[in-house]
Design a protein around this ligand. Structure first.
Ligand code: GTP
Length: 601
């Protein structure tokens, strides 16, 4: 039997990082008895190891809670978890389309942050009913009236009946559960209509295969039913239908308004399109749901195995990761310096770091990553426009009409003390200030910035300048023409394609210099002198030298025997030549990573 619509509530929790989303979710699970004490590990929703370590949520997941409200009725509350980082904004908006309401969690000691704003806008876009929740009221620094005023001034929603809770101590959690029932709307749907379900997400599970997360709009989904994915046309027979409590519990059927999962011998996550409409094969719904546009990777980099024989293993590992993460893309690439590898696309720099970390940690692969690059639009003199994912592929300058780079709209919230330094950082990164206003004591700065100036280390710099107090969020805006040049790095006179990058002409020289200086420190001395140069086209703009390590081969030859000594030195020289000839400069992997993480320091 399916749950009547009036007894279902579907919601998400929107919050800035660290404001207590996961802690609250855990409390809700605990209060409604989803798990017993033994199973109740901390932060059950953040399930992946890396997520837990970094304290962030990557993949949207759901949990179904059973709650008997004060009105004596039993309710099913479906919580959909949303990622907390700017890289995954796309997944946030997608999850929100599957629910009707949001809890807006704001740390009462911190107040509204840039990401609170970004996420609450996603919720408003999805027409959510929003319940403001002030968390961490146990902290002495909690300032409830101030944060309520902020929510009203900055976000523009009524905060007079905001809940005051402590997810840590458990105070007020009961009021959250009641508010979900009384203040959020029940879903709508028609149980007698043909099946219509939204494909919210899918992932690969070692035991279950491809798991599909769905939100039922109309009709009923049940085991052994033949379903059709409307966009792809693929037909499957359902072999398992269930809900997460957060443990997976199989159910006979899912009715309108419910969130749940199914499996159906689907081979790959790529066979499921997020946003697709699922219907019954024999009795299809007349009209598909609007759907989503697919997430576009915005940052690309090359990943190469340090040991060439790991190539196949790398390919297999990436295939496995992609099973779970359709927003991660890769295709084969060859580099003169690094051999065979893959050009990979990511949603952002954090996404890149996570994938890299998983490849090395879970698959034990030693990798070299090339400079992250954004996607440029290169307009050629013949009128053609190409999308450039790899600076090494930049066509000859003579053939280029203009290069366009992606720009973002950035929102930064910062205590006033750090404003000067932050404006300077944005200015140095070619930013254009669009707005500056105040939210209480804090400045709300809006900037337009080239994404290419942000992908390297902008966020790290911002955090260090503001001692962690500034918050940052961005949205992609458009591509704009820019005076961009290809900066090449030559090590021992050989261009290292992995280190080439597109930069703005005004910063090319300083970037080149910093890169050479860094590499000088990072490349260990060899038996020969290694020049490190930065060049734009054929023009060298910076140079450093790694001095040779002189192996004292003559030490063993006591004194007198000059011929022997000379012979040895000659041998050593020949050795040097051979080394050069084979271009065997050993650049440690950290050198790439460090050289690529250039600050302005
Ligand atoms: N004092 C106090 N600390 C809290 C409270 N709620 C959460 N915290 C702490 O705040 C920190 C962040 O909480 P999380 O629940 O991990 O935050 P989050 O919003 O889920 O973070 P992301 O998963 O990164 O989005 C943790 O150290 C919690 O223990 C609270 O009510 N009071």
């Amino acid at each position: 039997m399916t749950t009547p619509l009036k007894n279902i509530r579907n919601f998400s929790i929107v919050a800035h990082i660290d404001h207590g989303k996961s802690t609250l979710a855990d409390r809700l699970i605990q209060m409604t008895g989803g798990l017993d004490a033994r199973e109740m590990k901390e932060q059950v929703l953040d399930s992946m190891e890396i997520e837990r370590e970094r304290g962030i949520t990557i993949k949207a997941q759901t949990v179904r809670l059973k709650y008997r409200a004060q009105d004596g009725e039993d309710y099913v509350l479906n919580l959909i978890d949303t990622p907390g980082h700017v890289d995954f904004a796309y997944e946030v908006s997608r999850s929100m389309a599957a629910v009707e309401g949001s809890l807006l969690v704001v740390d009462a000691s911190q107040g509204v942050e840039a990401q609170t704003l970004a996420n609450v806008y996603h919720a408003l876009d999805a027409n959510h009913e929003i319940v403001p929740v002030l968390n961490k009221v146990d902290l002495p620094a909690a300032d409830i009236p101030r944060v309520k005023a902020q929510i009203e001034d900055v976000i523009g929603i009524d905060a007079s009946d905001a809940l005051e809770i402590s997810a840590k101590t458990g105070v007020g959690i009961d009021t959250v559960l009641e508010a979900i029932v009384t203040r959020l709307p029940a879903p709508k749907g028609d149980i007698n209509a043909p099946l219509k379900a939204l494909l919210v997400d899918s992932w690969y599970d070692t035991y279950l295969g491809v798991v599909v997360l769905v939100r039922i709009i109309d009709g009923v989904m049940k085991k052994n039913q033949k379903i059709r994915m409307m966009a792809s046309g693929a037909v499957y027979e359902l072999d398992r239908v269930g809900v997460f409590t957060p443990k997976l519990v199989e159910v006979p059927e899912l009715g309108p308004g419910e969130l749940g999962m199914f499996t159906a011998s689907i081979k790959e996550v790529a066979d499921t399109n997020v946003g697709d409409t699922i219907t019954e094969d024999k009795k299809p719904t007349a009209k598909a749901l609007p759907g989503f546009r697919p997430a576009q990777p915005v940052v690309f980099c090359g990943l190469f195995p340090v040991d060439a024989s790991d190539f196949d293993e790398l390919r297999a590992a990436m295939g496995k990761l992609r099973l779970n993460d359709a927003s991660f893309s890769f295709e084969m690439e060859t580099s003169a310096a690094l051999g065979f590898g893959f050009r990979c696309g990511f949603l952002g720099l954090l996404h890149l770091e996570i994938i890299q970390e998983r490849l090395s940690r879970e698959f034990d692969l030693d990798l070299i990553a090339t400079a992250p690059s954004v996607v440029y639009e290169v307009v050629l003199t013949n009128g053609e426009t190409i999308h450039l994912h790899n600076p090494a592929d930049l066509p000859d300058v003579m053939k280029i009409e203009e290069i366009r780079e992606p720009w973002i709209k950035a929102t930064i919230l910062t205590p006033d003390d750090y404003l000067g330094a932050i404006l300077k950082l944005c200015q140095d990164r070619r930013g254009i200030q669009r707005n500056l206003s105040y939210v209480g004591q804090r400045a709300l700065v809006e900037y337009e910035l080239p994404l290419n100036e942000v992908v390297f280390d902008f966020y790290d710099r911002l955090k260090s300048i503001s001692k962690g107090y500034a918050s940052f969020d961005y949205q992609l805006a458009e591509h704009r023409a820019g005076d961009l040049v290809k900066l090449s790095i030559l090590v021992n006179a050989e261009p290292v394609d992995a280190l080439s990058m597109l930069v703005h002409r005004t910063v090319a020289e300083s970037r080149g210099r910093v890169m050479c200086e860094k590499l000088k420190e990072l490349i260990p001395p060899h038996l020969f002198v290694i020049p490190i140069q930065a060049a734009i086209g054929g023009k060298i703009i910076a140079r450093e030298t790694v001095r040779a390590m002189r192996k004292d081969v003559t030490a063993k030859c006591y004194g007198g025997d000059a011929t022997r000594k000379r012979k040895l030195l000659e041998k050593q020289k020949a050795g040097k030549k051979r080394m050069r000839q084979f271009g065997s400069v050993e650049i440690p992997q950290e050198a790439f990573i460090k050289a690529l993480k250039m600050g302005d320091d």
